[in-house]
Design a protein around this ligand. Structure first.
Ligand code: GLN
Length: 452
């Protein structure tokens, strides 16, 4: 079959699967805007279909962040990542459901309704990029884009049994990503296939003058990845920390550690620095940043405008009607954190703690090539389980937020399932710009047939 016929067939079957999907992962498709005729094998991503989280801008398409406030907002431009992917032959076939403004860990805070886990429709898909993760797991696309501010790619990737990469902060341009917490936000990649992750990563990476925080660090060529190469020294969790983890996940973890020992990898037991402080530090800082970032959604500049008698009422009513409860909670808490009386006690203190955590991780990364730890402490939880308990929802990210606090890359790899057939995921976390170590480690694990 010619490549363009094969592609045509793939597009038809993915479209069919989307129409029959029960997970509520996809909120919009645009198959009418892509063509199977343009297949050109010299392009890195020719014919790869990509679904995009609804907080990443695609020119002329709705960009709602699953919020009432932006319900009818269309983006006048595309994110840099979209332009780069399209220039290498990728086909943007639709947009995925998410937690409103990427705030959440279950993809239940959405005006489009909850995303369901394709492995068990009574469970969450994880969040906030739950739509992207579920879509990949159900073969609705080859690759999905998500954003990861505190775990929003890796946690749903683990819950749905796929790969999910959060790159080094600054490695991939954030231009065109709706900001949640700007010093934490990253755009990342989800796929079932590690080669697709590395290809998309190599296309999306690199300096972008439109994003002032984008790095000028050189981008490695694609042939550096997907090698059978295990790191020498790997930091692993002590039994102490493992005791808080679901026993099936802990058992699986030990199986992988045994495999690594056999392969002569030096496993070094570590404590995750200031583990108990990470969630609190993360939420103080991200809520402060979110309260500032979301002030632009005022009913005047963007999105929904409430009918009202004066300007002040326009602001108040538009925001009150536009945002839902979790987003309001964060805006109010963030505003409080930044208020003059509490700024030093909370915001400035949390910034200092972030620096101390970063220093400790720097020391750790001088001793190990990377860390290998669980992505989550449980498998996917039931729908509605955490909805009335924000703290429980926040704790879902306990193993993922440290790497957003310190800006380093982390890849969640699928690692088999529990006896109830729910996926388990482990994270490979390395030092800044060391994605190569993560990819080659993941490749070697896969070759070990451990996770079949
Ligand atoms: N669950 C975390 C939060 O709600 C992570 C969000 C994210 O990574 N976008 O803040």
């Amino acid at each position: 079959m010619s490549p363009s016929n094969a592609l045509k067939q793939k597009l038809v079957s993915q479209q069919d699967r989307i129409a029959n999907s029960k997970t509520n992962a996809i909120i919009r498709t645009r198959f009418d805007k892509v063509s199977s005729e343009i297949f050109d094998s010299s392009n890195t991503l020719s014919g790869k279909t990509i679904l995009v989280k609804d907080n990443i801008a695609i020119k002329g398409e709705l960009l709602t962040c699953a919020s009432n406030l932006l319900e009818s907002y269309k983006s006048p431009y595309s994110a840099t990542v979209i332009d780069r992917l399209e220039s290498q032959g990728a086909l943007i076939t639709g947009q995925t459901n998410m937690d409103e403004f990427a705030m959440g860990s279950s993809s239940e805070y959405s005006i489009y309704g909850s995303v369901k886990n394709p492995h068990d429709l009574t469970k969450v898909a994880g969040g906030s990029s739950g739509g992207s993760a579920a879509a990949v797991a159900e073969d609705l696309c080859d690759i999905a884009l998500g954003s990861d501010t505190g775990g929003s790619i890796r946690q749903p990737a683990a819950f749905c049994g796929i790969y999910g990469l959060k790159p080094t902060y600054g490695r991939i341009s954030r231009y065109g990503l709706v900001a949640h917490a700007s010093s934490f936000d990253t755009i990342g990649i989800l796929s079932k296939n590690l080669e697709d992750i590395t290809s998309a990563f190599s296309v999306m990476s690199g300096n972008d003058p439109k994003d002032a925080t984008s790095s000028t660090e050189a981008v490695l060529s694609l042939n550096r990845y997907n090698k059978d190469k295990l790191p020498k020294n790997v930091g692993v969790l002590s039994n102490d920390l493992l005791s808080d983890i679901d026993s099936e996940i802990a058992d699986r973890y030990h199986t992988v550690l045994d495999f690594l020992r056999k392969k002569k990898v030096n496993l070094i037991e570590i404590d995750l620095p200031y583990f108990d402080y990470c969630i609190a530090t993360y939420y103080v800082l991200t809520m402060a940043e979110a309260s500032s970032n979301l002030s632009r959604f005022d009913g005047v500049r963007y999105g929904r405008r409430a009918t009202s008698k004066d300007l002040n009422e326009t602001y108040v009513k538009s925001r009150s009607e536009g945002f839902s409860e979790e987003v309001k909670r964060r805006i109010m808490t963030g505003t409080y954190i930044l208020s003059s009386g509490y700024y030093d006690a909370y915001y400035s203190k949390a910034l200092k703690v972030r620096r101390v955590i970063k220093n400790e991780y720097n020391k750790l990364f001088s001793k190990v090539d990377c860390l290998f730890i669980p992505t989550t402490s449980t498998a996917a939880f039931p729908l509605k389980n955490n909805l009335d308990n924000p703290i429980k929802m926040y704790l879902a990210d306990i193993f993922t937020v440290p790497f957003n606090l310190i800006g380093t890359p982390s890849l969640s790899v699928p690692a088999g399932t529990t006896k109830d057939k729910l996926p388990i995921g482990f994270q490979i976390a390395g030092n800044s710009f060391k994605e190569e170590t993560l990819f080659n480690f993941a490749h070697s694990l896969n070759k070990g047939e451990l996770f079949k």
